[in-house]
Design a protein around this ligand. Structure first.
Ligand code: GLY
Length: 259
């Protein structure tokens, strides 16, 4: 991986985290355990060399720990999103302020466009944009225009009929090196592009949401088949317990904005 991340924005869950949106029938998250898992996630990002911008918890927005949905940050294009769930719209304000303090000047997705960062997968010079319950065609078109202007290419994948995934990145992840992790139901959508597919073993779909950060790959604990696959590909893995975030439809990528 040639580009190296140096920073990330993170935000811990608030005590009303369990009031956030979820479609997972996995029970109520344990707040103390979620805080512990978030702390371990932040430790892992620091261990792989990132300086963290730590925002305070935001009880007004129980999903605010999933900061990835509020912005797309890349080398030549920075965009504030317009989250597709109305309860999450207010999360963008704090991210706008955080980016301003870091001297990052993003463009913005405007109404009637909606777009969640979890639907955007950057794979080298190409971006996959998921059309989902959160990201609409108008939001995707606005982002595609920003990306084109910045010299990137993009394509859309409609995930609305694919069961069990909230966002595109619930089912795919870019590992760099022209490799993309994909669950079976999304693999066909990626086949036309020039990427090597790394298939997620059936039954381990949650593990698709792994995160390449510099020389390491962060992956969720409890998925031995996927762990074996990534070990065979010689990635340096950091395996993190994500149980409490999984209960709230969140994955590893959702918990940070990396840049
Ligand atoms: N709980 C994450 C989301 O639904 O956006």
């Amino acid at each position: 991986m040639s580009f190296r991340f140096t920073r990330a924005i993170v935000r811990p869950p608030s005590s009303n985290f369990a009031d956030g949106l979820t479609s997972a029938a996995l029970g109520t998250p344990d707040f103390a355990l979620a805080l512990e898992q978030h702390a371990q996630y932040c430790d892992a990002l620091e261990r792989v060399g990132l300086e963290l911008e730590r925002l305070p918890e935001d009880p007004a927005h129980p999903d605010a720990t999933f900061v990835e949905d509020t912005a797309i940050l890349s080398v030549r294009c920075n965009v504030l999103t317009r989250p597709g769930a109305s309860s999450r719209a207010g999360e963008v304000k704090a991210i706008r302020a955080a980016l301003a303090s870091l001297d990052i000047k993003p463009t913005t997705i405007e109404s009637p466009g909606t777009l969640d960062g979890g639907d955007i997968c950057e794979a080298g010079e190409h971006f996959f944009i998921g059309i989902s319950q959160r990201t609409n065609w108008e939001g995707a078109a606005q982002l595609a225009a920003f990306l084109t202007k910045a010299g990137y290419t993009s394509s859309c994948i409609d995930i609305r009929a694919i069961p069990g995934i909230l966002h595109l990145k619930s089912g795919i992840a870019s590992l760099g090196d022209e490799r993309i992790v994909a669950i079976d139901s999304l693999a066909g959508h990626l086949a036309r592009r020039n990427h090597e597919l790394v298939r997620v073993p059936p039954g381990e779909e949650y593990a698709a949401n792994c995160v390449r950060v510099n020389d390491h790959v962060l992956m969720a604990a409890g998925f031995p088949g996927m762990q074996h696959t990534l070990e065979q590909l010689c990635y340096d893995l950091i395996v993190l317990d994500m149980s409490e975030f999984q209960k709230m439809d969140g994955g590893l990528s959702c918990l940070s904005l990396r840049f």
